[in-house]
Write a protein that binds this ligand. Structure first.
Ligand code: NAP
Length: 266
């Protein structure tokens, strides 16, 4: 990748699959060059696909659940000598099952990725955007951020964190020229549920939104400088509205019906 490109540059984490893959595709189709990151080698193949629309693409393989992985990505971005026009902090995982049975390491890695990487990369990359007075940050949150999430308790808490974080940064940066947008998908057709061990749950087995459509809505909301977008179906929007008035105890009970192991068969 050269340093004199006139195309804007977007960084997308978790771009090898799912919503992040589709986000990177939309960025490329809309004239952005890309830095894309994921943990596994599949990111190199995804990078080739994004290049098909003429984008220059740099792929970085890094474990963003770790401090070192985030630093590696940051240094690769900096080594390009280009400004970051859009930053899509999207990489995330779930861990399903009763909290007392899930693996501690998996829960801590989830927090490291969903929370730690979001904070780390925002901390590293926002200051330059603010200095030059422009840039767009998109954080993939979730409808799950609006409710306690039994049987994916650390996941729900991690999304509540990033939702609050996005809204707080947005206000801090209100007059800076930098916009912050939270993308709030509902259940979306990706590898997420299988990876999280949620296949046997009502939400895992149920109807889901299309990842490309969710990504398009996220991209458009970010470009429009909106504070958030509830992506996907009308049902997601109703759920988000309901979440504003229901008490936490009621929301936790409702969520249990969707994520309790074995609920797929009920
Ligand atoms: P996905 O298809 O499983 O994609 C997850 C992406 O994150 C992959 O590119 C994966 O790459 C990457 N990733 C996972 N662990 C990583 C690590 N340690 N370091 C770097 N990259 C890592 O899931 P998705 O549904 O698209 O999820 C994307 C975001 O959307 C997440 O933040 C998720 O919480 C959010 N979300 C999803 C849904 C849904 O229903 N699917 C709903 C609301 C919000 P590797 O394969 O290389 O690990």
């Amino acid at each position: 990748m050269t340093t004199s490109a006139s195309r804007p540059l977007a960084v997308v984490t978790g771009a090898s699959d799912g919503i992040g893959y589709e986000l990177a595709k939309v960025f490329a189709e809309n004239g952005f060059d890309l830095v894309v990151c994921a943990e596994d080698p599949g990111i190199a193949e995804a990078a080739q696909a994004f290049g098909a629309s003429g984008a220059r693409v740099e792929s970085v393989q890094a474990d963003l659940a770790t401090f070192e992985g985030n630093e590696r990505l940051f240094h690769r971005i900096r080594s390009l000598g280009r400004r970051v026009d859009a930053l899509a902090l999207n990489a995330g995982v779930g861990v399903g099952g009763p909290f007392i049975e899930t693996d501690l390491r998996a829960d801590l890695d989830l927090i490291g990725l969903n929370v730690g990487s979001t904070v780390h990369l925002a901390k590293r990359l926002l200051p330059e955007m603010v200095r030059r007075g422009g840039g767009r940050l998109l954080i993939t949150s979730s409808i799950a951020s609006t409710m306690p999430a039994p049987f994916e308790a650390t996941y729900g808490a991690s999304k509540a964190f990033v939702q609050s974080f996005a809204q707080a940064l947005r206000e801090e940066l209100r007059n800076s020229g930098v916009t912050v947008t939270a993308l709030m998908p509902g259940p979306t057709e990706t590898s997420f549920f299988h990876r999280a061990g949620l296949d046997d749950t009502k939400v895992g087995a149920g109807r889901k939104d299309d990842a490309a459509e969710v990504a398009r809505q996220g991209f458009e909301a970010m470009m429009a400088g909106k504070d958030h977008v509830v992506a996907g179906s009308v049902k997601n929007n109703l759920e988000a509205m309901g979440a504003k008035v229901l008490p936490e105890t009621a929301k936790a009970k409702l969520h249990r019906g969707l994520t309790e192991p074995g609920s797929a068969d009920e």
